[in-house]
Ligand binder design. Sequence first.
Ligand SMILES: [Zn+2]
Length: 86
Amino acid sequence: MQRCKAKSKRSGEQCKNYAIKGYGVCRMHGAHGGPKTREGYFACKKAPHKHGLYSYEALQDLKECSNLIKQNRCTIREKFMKENYS
Ligand SMILES: [Zn+2]
């Protein structure tokens, strides 16, 4: 079985845990979780959104919406004040 190729930051010695197949590193040095290869990494980056709720466009829309609400609240209030207290 292959050994983990990671090296210790402090001692500089190689990690001697068994590597997970296909990763070259042990479970403590990044095996599992995340793409295995460079191509996989880029494929991940290119993957479509899960829902796009937090995309830039969606956030802009949300901002615009809340601005509109704020403005309208003002005008409604002004109208109300004019009609009732003037
Ligand atoms: Zn390791």
